[in-house]
Design a protein. Sequence first.
Length: 273
Amino acid sequence: MPELPEVETIRCQLLPLVSGRAIVDAWLSPEAPRLPAFPPDAGAFASLLVGRRLLSVERRGKYLLFPLDDGHTWIVHLRMTGALVHSSAGAVEDRFLRARFRLDDGCHLYYRDVRKLGRMWVVADPAQVVGKLGPEPLSEGLSAAALLAALRGRRAPIKALLLDQGTLAGLGNIYADEALHEAAISPLRPAGSLTPEEAERLCQAIRRVLAGATRHGGTSFWAYLDARGERGQHQLHVRVYRRQGQPCPRCGAAVARVRVGGRSCHYCPACQV
């Protein structure tokens, strides 16, 4: 967390609020020394942002990209517990506050992160950070043929391959489970065993699941907050994720929880084959 729907929700909320705004002050907490990934020095990082105007807000996979008026791009990866919140109020007191950016309209962008796993870059070429990501699931780059080509000959479980950001950008644990359930494909299947029909079914399921989660503002089981500091609502609509022992909404069998590639995995052993 956050995955594609959460980051896309934040992007859409921030776009009308920060586009065209200049950053007039930047502060990074000394308690989060790994937050500035490049340049790694907090002072140097802040100096590249102060005085710069944000031209837009874009997304690539799970990354937020802010093109700057000097040709550089500010990139934010929220990782597991990061949140980038816009506020028109005064200073926020929060023990998990890791960075603060004041804009020229008096508003602020606050970055909070419980586990301090998030990263930020200011780079001349975004490909330095996001260049190795796979196709966007909601774009024409995701097709059954492209997915089959990426999975051909792979013996690892399909769930593990879906979590590989080089295979597909933006898909994480929650939505991989949900899409595999909707497509009626076992997460334990060897990735290379999918047929063309199954690959098409999975592509369509991924698109539907991600679009639905984005409509609900993302999923908040724990730390995720959107750009308004509010929780998403898609946790009320999940079909298998974190529903172990509960009836499958399709066949009524008990949802199971196993480990795949070191990650939790929720699926229906009766109707996902």
